[in-house]
Design a protein around this ligand. Sequence first.
Ligand code: NAD
Length: 297
Amino acid sequence: MSALIINGKAFAASVREKVAEHVARLKNEHGITPGLAVVLVGEDPASQVYVRSKGKQTVEVGMNSYAHKLDASTSEDALLGLIEKLNNDPVVHGILVQLPLPKHLDEDLVINSIDPAKDVDGFHISNVGLLGTGQKSMVPCTPLGSLMLLRDHHRSLSGMDAVVIGRSNIVGKPMAQLLLGDSCTVTITHSRTKDLPDLVRRADIVIAAVGRPEMVLGDWIKPGATVIDVGINRIDKPEGGTRLVGDVDFESCAAVAGAITPVPGGVGPMTIACLLANTVTACCRANGLEEPDGLSA
Ligand code: NAD
């Protein structure tokens, strides 16, 4: 193995530390405590785990956490009513509606009812447009975390060839916009892309956000390239039980890459850290105060 292993877990801890310092300053100097409201509809077990973890980490950095757990049968009107209330609540600086929502609720309608200034997931159509036009926006957490890791490793990404595998609204598309914003030459690939391995072989930076376990192989990677593995897939172990793997075949890619994120312990921990960063950023913007350095795009 030759690649440097990018330690997302340690980097996420440093982001949380910066957030906590800024939260303390907001409290001491301005009497303001940033608040994050998380809305969970239904009983999806994975969503429950994420929401618990988000609440716990929010409190750990000194912010207020407001959890709203609604029944799976909640009507769209009731959910929109709650969001309206949170939009107008001055102690709430960030609002996150945990996805996926139950089938009877229109996700786009719900997300677009959040005040864009409080949309700490960065999924509101206004934030998507602001990001796409290079303006100040709320940036989706997983791509923001991936960008932070890349900037920390390379300092400047200017002129680098980047291939993003996956075109989801949550990861692939905003990731491509962020890389473009940092002056990379960006190729977005997806399930219909021809000759994917050949395209990936040209990349100085590879972002894998596919949802297919260990799909990207070592002989797709240009020697010395940086590989950011966003994928989180649970697979069966031959000896029984399960383990987490990314969208990248770690062993073969690490033998060729210059740097690579592991799964777990790479991009994963950055996502919640960036949610906290977005909440403190939203709070500063709402109050016309200086934003913390290095916590936004
Ligand atoms: P998605 O299913 O919405 O999108 C997957 C994308 O991969 C699609 O655009 C599709 O076109 C593309 N794709 C599918 N098969 C392909 C193939 N054979 N070749 C090329 N492209 C192909 O998934 P998503 O929400 O973007 O998530 C992607 C992965 O990232 C998943 O494993 C998910 O669990 C993980 N994820 C991790 C975090 C985190 O916190 N680290 C956050 C979000 C998503």
